[in-house]
Design a protein around this ligand. Structure first.
Ligand SMILES: Nc1ncnc2c1ncn2[C@@H]1O[C@H](COP(=O)(O)OP(=O)(O)OP(=O)(O)O)[C@@H](O)[C@H]1O
Length: 312
């Protein structure tokens, strides 16, 4: 069987391809040699501390900024072409909404401009803003504005949806509805890429988690793989008697320790050996628990380890 050039480069099956992409602002390397493929139907969370390069990466992907070097391809073409063809919907942090119009007029405009629009009523209803359709945009609360942005991002049949911290300002109900809708979109074969600081959302929603740090990809895998990569486990227990902090801080394989009153919380690279050493100190821990790291702790462990490595 012969392989076409497009198949050989993965253009047919790859929603997004970054190859050695870099972007600097003066001396700041916002994106630094990023290589990455995203596939149709994937829900991907982009994590990273402030300034890691998440928004810059999304801007490059949407063609809002141009890479200094490397190539960005969206469905095998340039981001600008993919956006113009209506294949990409985006919900960004910045950018004000047009104000002197109603919600319905604004959403109607987005639908009218989309090459493959959905019916306005359907878009309003999916974003949960049917009941405020006649309200002026400048009278909306922050959470309602976010829902309108969501409606604008889903005004047409996009193949890729890009979301920069989409649920900021939404209440719990709105968040749940939002993610249920995004899950439906992914189930229909769309690629959903979202940057977030809510690690529990990444854990619950994403099939794949990317951890960015100083513009570089530190980790790429399922949430479970990221947690395993952090290579530590949590141990917690209480002590009945006086707490000898110095002895506890000298326990083997510690990644971190927090002692609050009689409660001790540890992150250990070898939980069995650390627990064994706790008993070796002659201590009698109560309510002992050993568990894997949560995504948040794994994220902190991975990014702190990188900070320490690059500081050397
Ligand atoms: N227009 C710009 N001019 C100069 N520096 C910029 C510009 N945009 C971003 N930066 C810098 O590039 C780096 C990456 O910023 P970016 O906004 O991509 O990170 P982020 O991961 O989205 O951060 P946050 O989580 O705080 O939103 C930061 O150091 C930021 O200060």
């Amino acid at each position: 069987m012969t392989t076409t050039a497009a198949e050989a480069t993965g253009a047919k099956t790859t929603a997004v391809r970054f190859e050695q992409v870099s972007k600097a602002y003066g001396a700041v390397r916002a994106v630094d040699g990023l290589t990455l493929d995203l596939h149709p139907g994937e829900t991907v969370a982009l994590l990273g501390p402030n300034g890691a390069g998440k928004s810059s990466t999304l801007d490059l992907l949407l063609g809002l900024r141009t890479a200094d070097s490397g190539t960005v391809r969206v469905f095998g073409t340039t981001p600008q072409n993919a956006v113009a063809a209506g294949r990409v919907g985006a919900m960004l942090q910045t950018g004000g909404l047009m104000e002197d119009v109603t919600v319905k007029e604004l959403v109607g405009l987005a639908c009218a401009l989309h090459p493959r629009p959905h019916p306005v009523v359907e878009v309003l209803s999916r974003a949960g803003i049917g009941r405020i359709a006649d309200r002026m945009v400048n009278k909306l609360s922050g959470g309602q504005e976010q829902r309108v942005r969501f409606a604008l991002a889903t005004a047409g049949a996009n193949d890729l949806i890009v979301l920069d911290e989409p649920t900021t300002g939404m209440d719990v109900t709105a968040r749940q509805a939002f993610w249920a809708t995004m899950r439906e979109q992914a189930d229909q074969g769309r690629t959903v890429l979202f940057a977030t600081h809510y690690l529990e959302e990444a854990d619950a929603i994403a099939d794949r988690v990317l951890v960015l740090h100083k513009g570089r990809l530190l980790a790429d895998g399922t949430a479970a793989e990221i947690k395993a990569k952090a290579g530590a486990r949590r141990i917690s227990f209480e002590l009945a008697g006086p707490v000898d902090e110095a002895a506890l801080r000298g326990l083997p394989f510690l990644a971190a320790i927090d002692i609050t009153g009689n409660r001790v919380r540890i992150q250990s690279h070898d939980a069995d050996a650390t627990v064994h050493a706790v008993y070796g100190l002659g201590l009698h821990p109560r309510a002992l628990e050993v568990a894997g790291l949560g995504l948040e702790q794994a994220f902190v462990a991975i990014t702190e380890a990188e900070e320490a490595r690059t500081a050397c």
